[in-house]
Write a protein of this length. Sequence first.
Length: 146
Amino acid sequence: MITNREPTPTAKGTRMDLDRISKIVDHLSGSAARDIRIRTEEMDLRISFAPRSSEASPQTAQAPSGQTVEAALPGLVYLSPSPGAAPFVSLGDRVQTGQTLMLIEAMKSMLTVTAPTDAIVAEICVTDESQVDAGDVLLRLKEDAA
């Protein structure tokens, strides 16, 4: 996804190579690994993987008020692709698995938060440009009965 929100450059004037990181994460996400640390001259990145859904992952566990989507990393939340643009989702919207819900700027990179399942947005628990910590609830989804 291309957005107009660009992460701020690091002190050395470089940004993390998101394609390279994404390939590593994709490769390891199906493994038993729970944490990985990537160190290069340009970055120091630690990624923690949530347990698989069969292990009751927080992102797929049913809460009393519906399914929650949580922040994987601490960062700054953006509810729209660019300042002044319409938000990715609004209260009551039907979303599909993989649909972009919001962005989080973390470690000088933009991370896309996507819908884990087809659902309806029941509650948006954060505001645009708010700071979140890993594990914070970003929004709640309810089952789409349609």
